[in-house]
Design a protein around this ligand. Structure first.
Ligand SMILES: [Zn+2]
Length: 77
């Protein structure tokens, strides 16, 4: 079973402070995430574990519009 990390992130730039949620297979991927608004590094606010990618994605539905701007190909798949 694949364990996914669903992480809540905030931009490390105080002037931006954009928040985002990402789902990744490893914590390294979570920490490598960049701010979608300004490209700065992100600080991890919290991480939850999901037993499946589907569960993780369901948690993110409210953030889907933000992701759509970044990853249009994912929604089409
Ligand atoms: Zn930012």
């Amino acid at each position: 079973m694949d364990v996914m990390y669903a992480a809540r992130l905030i931009c490390s730039d105080e002037a931006c402070a954009a928040e985002a949620e990402v789902v990744a297979a490893t914590l390294a991927e979570v920490e490598a995430e960049c701010c979608p608004a300004c490209g700065a590094g992100m600080q991890v606010l919290g991480v939850s574990f999901e037993a499946s990618a589907t569960g993780a994605v369901l948690r993110m539905l409210s953030h889907e519009r933000e992701r759509l701007e970044r990853e249009p190909a994912r929604l089409a798949a």
